[in-house]
Design a protein around this ligand. Structure first.
Ligand code: ZN
Length: 92
């Protein structure tokens, strides 16, 4: 029996005008949404912009949305900043 697709969170417009998302099983609905997005990305032209972080201690993948497409780090707050500090340290 093939695995069953799980429902994703449903949008709901509150009387206040605020958009919220609801699901009976929040965890499975969120996982279903992540899986759907991953399949959308894996079958799109944007797949060529998915890169592995240049930090050898990091296993993160990221979607490079920079214009030149030369981003190296999953995040400048973590891996990119660490690499900058190491470069500066090695120059001094
Ligand atoms: Zn990283």
């Amino acid at each position: 029996m093939p695995p069953r697709a799980r429902p994703v969170p449903a949008p709901r417009l509150e009387p206040s005008g605020q958009l919220t998302w609801a699901a009976e099983d929040v965890v499975n609905a969120t996982l279903a949404l992540v899986a759907r997005d991953a399949l959308d990305l894996a079958t799109s032209p944007a797949l060529v912009r998915v890169h592995a972080c240049a930090n050898p201690d990091c296993s993160a993948l990221f979607l490079d949305s920079s214009r030149p497409g030369t981003r190296r780090w999953c995040s400048m707050d973590t891996c990119g900043n660490r690499a900058k500090k190491e470069t500066l340290r090695s120059k001094s």
